[in-house]
Design a protein around this ligand. Structure first.
Ligand SMILES: Cc1ncc(C[n+]2csc(CCOP(=O)(O)OP(=O)(O)O)c2C)c(N)n1
Ligand SMILES: [Mg+2]
Length: 644
């Protein structure tokens, strides 16, 4: 990056710029009467230097070769918004004045779908750290596909809280193993968290930990401009990821509260703001931006335009422009989905054939498993290994896996997946929620979806997870009944701008007869086995659809007409209008749902629900279905009782 040395080391200007960040953030927080001034004030010196190192284009926040920057401590949002405004992003002074207000572009914690320039939604500590590792991995894959056209850095700013969270351990281990030397993490080490001094609860040697994980580490005074600049220069030329441990004082520049945990999450208060501004020789005016500071930050606009123009020319010369477009706008109609015959198959197996068909057509499809690829059936045949190839070995690091995959999705070129047993989705949950908040187009592949798992027992048999994920906004859970439905679910999921989860069986399921079927999976549920003038409708998903059909046959033998609705996606079903609902649920029929999970949500549609009311147990899957009453005979009993 072109940068004038005298500007980089103009300490007076850097101090002016830092105070601008500090007091803009402080004024935003006073104005909102809530927020977190400690971090913006403590990190302002680092950010003022960072501003000259950061390669981005504020007028095109999606420029592909921009540096990715992640603020993992989302509570520092006032600092982020102040910077985005100063750099020239689409964030006005009025937006800063609306900080934390309903419908503003400046929510309490940064949200990528609300504010342009915010790469990922952060707030739950540790997520951003792992996202940064994901961006770094995504860049390695992009470099493999596009060569020198991609050569940016990934920056992450994090605090004591992020470092304490387990997910940052997993992600650091992953980044160290894959030698993600494009990753630079700045640890805002103020040794203060909400409850007070860090040493009341945390005393490990963070540098030694990261070095053991394969990182290069540097410790600096986070208020010394030369040291900060020097650390950035060193970090940019490493063969390993770099952790810069910046020793800082929380609320640096506060007249009486510098170093106090009280500044973490509460406004300084009017008199303290006045005293602090007076001590810094700052204007008393709120939202004051000195001209020289404004100029210093807004250089980003000119520099960004130059950087992007030069990059576009280089890309053109490299001949990769079309490939970038292909990756950015994948043509899903190119996928040649497999055709399945009528042999029984586990949906994890049909899914394996489907994801291999997807990757054959579209190089932006990448992903992997948390050490269960052979069980999850997620190997992408012949597609190579990460960081260059499409198969990512996440190791047994489910939480980081999903936060990493969220960032791969946010990178701009890929639509990734990750995978584990459905029961271990509990270990991914915070990242699943983050994916939904970001509307990330990405896929969770969850196999071993029920008590059908069998002898591994209760620890490995999901019960409540389906209900939990169906309750998650912006999230689509697909539980297909067989291979044909599995394909339909993928077609739908690929069309959504939101994350999807595939909940798949370990055990074989029969290929269902669809000759009489009405409708398809795209509405979430459809009549897979309709009956004339049904007295009952049985609704089920996944492995229970064939049980419902068996119940239908038994009822028919007793002269009771029943229809069967297959519901691969509860979330989509909830979006249908009454007109559609009456086509699948005959208004004169009683409705029974059957599912080998907690099933509470089915009461939204059903009069009665057969579901799991306890944990599972160790035995063969078939036996467990009988023991727990997830059977056709029980469905028949229920229907007869409901009609009586
Ligand atoms: C997963 C998670 N747990 C708890 C919180 C609540 N929380 C927000 S900030 C914070 C402490 C942060 O300490 P640090 O990262 O050192 O930030 P600083 O106080 O130095 O700004 C906590 C516990 C959270 N946001 N996310
Ligand atoms: Mg701290």
């Amino acid at each position: 990056m072109k940068r004038r040395d005298e500007e980089r080391l103009n300490k007076e200007l850097l101090a002016l710029a830092a105070n601008t960040i500090r007091f803009l953030a402080v004024d935003m927080i006073e104005n909102a009467a809530s927020g977190h001034p400690g971090m913006p004030m403590g990190l302002a010196d680092v950010m003022s230097v960072f501003s000259a190192h950061y390669s981005h284009n504020p007028k095109n926040p999606k420029w592909l070769n921009r540096d990715r920057v992640v603020f993992s401590g989302g509570h520092g949002s006032a600092m982020i918004y102040a910077l985005l405004h100063l750099w020239g992003y689409d964030l006005s002074l009025d937006d800063l004045k609306n900080f934390r207000k309903f419908g503003s572009k400046t929510p309490g914690h940064p949200e990528s779908i609300v504010t342009s320039g915010v790469e990922v939604t952060t707030g739950p500590l540790g997520q951003g750290f792992a996202n940064a590792a994901g961006f770094a991995l995504a860049e390695k894959r992009a470099q493999h596909l596009l060569g020198d056209a991609i050569d940016h850095k990934v920056w992450c700013f994090c605090g004591d809280g992020d470092i304490m969270e387990g997910v940052s351990y997993e992600a650091a281990s992953f980044a160290g193993h894959y030698k993600l030397n494009n990753l630079i993490v700045v640890y805002d080490c103020n040794e203060i968290t909400i409850d007070g001094r860090l040493d009341i609860c945390f005393s490990e040697n963070v540098g030694a930990r990261f070095r053991a994980q394969g990182w290069y580490t540097i410790e600096i005074d986070g208020h010394d401009y030369e040291a900060i600049d020097g650390a950035f220069m060193i970090a940019k030329n490493q063969s390993k990821p770099t952790l810069i441990i910046a020793k800082t004082r929380i609320a640096r520049g506060s007249a009486h509260l510098e170093g106090s945990h009280k500044t973490h999450g509460a406004p300084l208060g009017k008199s303290e703001v006045e005293a602090s501004k007076a001590r810094a020789g700052w204007s008393e005016d709120s939202f004051y931006i000195p001209k020289d500071a404004a100029h210093y930050f807004s250089e980003a606009v000119k520099r960004g335009a130059e950087l992007e123009t030069a990059w576009k020319a280089d890309l053109e010369k490299s001949g990769h422009t079309r490939f970038v477009n292909t990756l950015t706008n994948p043509d899903f109609s190119k996928i040649e989905f497999p055709e399945f015959d009528d042999k029984p198959r586990a949906t994890r197996d049909t899914n394996h054939a489907i994801i291999n068909a997807i990757v054959k057509a579209l190089p932006g499809f990448i992903g992997g498993s948390a050490d269960l690829a052979s069980s999850n059936k997620t190997e992408l045949t012949g597609m190579g290994e990460a960081p260059e190839g499409a198969n990512i070995r996440f190791g047994v690091r489910e939480h980081a896996m999903s936060a990493i995959t969220n960032a791969i999705a946010a990178y701009g070129l890929f639509f990734p997946f990750d995978s584990t047993f459905f029961v271990f989705s509990d270990y991914q949950k915070p990242a699943v929620r983050a994916a939904a908040l970001m509307k990330a187009k990405r896929f969770f592949i969850w196999t071993h979806d029920s008590i059908g798992v069998g002898e591994d027992g209760a620890t490995h048999q999901p019960i409540e997870q389906l209900t939990a994920f169906r309750a998650l906004p912006n999230f689509y859970v697909f539980r297909p009944a067989d291979g044909a439905e599995n394909i339909e679910c993928w077609k739908k999921a690929l069309s959504l701008d939101a994350p999807s989860g595939f909940v798949l069986s370990r055990q074989n399921l029969p290929a269902l007869d669809r000759k009489e079927a009405r409708g398809g999976a795209e509405k979430g549920a459809y009549l897979i086995a309709p009956a004339k003038n049904p007295k009952a409708t049985i609704i089920a998903s996944g492995s229970e659809v064939s049980i419902a059909i068996a119940a239908q046959e038994k009822l028919a033998a007793e002269g009771i007409a029943a229809s069967v609705v297959s519901a691969p996606c509860f979330d989509l079903l909830c979006q249908q209008d009454d007109e559609y609902l009456t086509t699948i649920f005959d208004p004169s029929s009683v409705i029974l749902a059957i599912e080998a999970a907690s099933g509470a949500e089915w009461f939204r549609f059903a009069d009665a629900v057969i579901a799991m009311e306890s944990f599972g147990a160790s035995a063969k899957g078939d036996e467990l279905y009988k023991r727990f009453g997830i059977t056709a005979d029980r469905a028949v009993e229920f229907v007869k009782a409901m009609l009586a």
